[in-house]
Design a protein around this ligand. Sequence first.
Ligand SMILES: [Zn+2]
Length: 347
Amino acid sequence: MKRADFFTLLKQVPKAELHIHIEAVITMASVKKLYKKRFGKAMPKDEEKSLFDYDDLSGFIAAFLKVQDLFTEVSDFDLVFNDFAKYLENNNVKYCEAFFAPSAFVKKGFKYSDMVENFSKNIKKIKNEKDITIKLLTDVSRTFGLENAQANYKMFKDSPSPEIIGIGLGGAEVKGPCNLFGPVFVQAHKDGYHAVAHAGEDVGPESVWDAVKILSSERIGHGISSIQDEKLVTYLKEKQIPLEICPTSNVFTKKYVKTMEEHPVRALYDAGVLVTIGSDDPVFFKTTVNEEYWNLYSKLNFTLAEIEDLICNSFKAAFLAESKKASFIREVKKAFKDYKAEQKELF
Ligand SMILES: [Zn+2]
């Protein structure tokens, strides 16, 4: 199947995306607006050109910090959500669970409760206008230790909102191993919130073990180093603990894979692990969730039936009621069936 046909098909298939960071959907147009507001002049052309021009992890982190630095008030997030809605619509993502990391903004003096209010307003607007559901997971952050994560958790708990359904653990995996954050996760589970952690992205399978055993993480962000440990792969399969795999992001950071063709998503899927596909940081890694499915199809020999299965997995692994999941999955199957019936010559 040609690229154009594949994208036409994917545009018709409803999807869930479960691993994406909200600041990472911002477009250059919005960056330029924020720059003008922050510095009172247009963004210089060379800065504009170089912002997303990097090919290593430190370049990516520097760009991420630069973008965060441009925010001057909470209402700047309106631009992010505007771009987010367009991204989701372009990829026909009907349900999204996204991460938001408050630390950098709280340090600027933004009030967490004001951000929550802004996010809820924008999420409701997107639901009304486009019938797309967004839920957020607040990243308590592993970078600054347990106390900081506990403070973030307190902020999260003190500003409840139906749009923010739980916590995530992101940031520097090497600096802040999962096992340090047990108390925050135990509390979150006790309080009835969802809790997920990035693990096995930058550290070996022991990090994934800690995420499932100590944090009882309901899903694992990335988890690709699990492939090094047969027992862990069997455990993930038996417990059906979903992995949120973001192939381009992993190739970009070059920790466990250097090329798309050698990505362990193929082996993990074949082993029966519940794999879901995400884009992680679409603007920063120049990708989209549809592009990720295309990577799997064109470079990792995933068949169309397997792509359909992965898209169903994205709903299976979502924090949605079972009846909702079933109805989305029916829609996915119908979209594939309809497309095949329309385009008989391609099959
Ligand atoms: Zn991530």
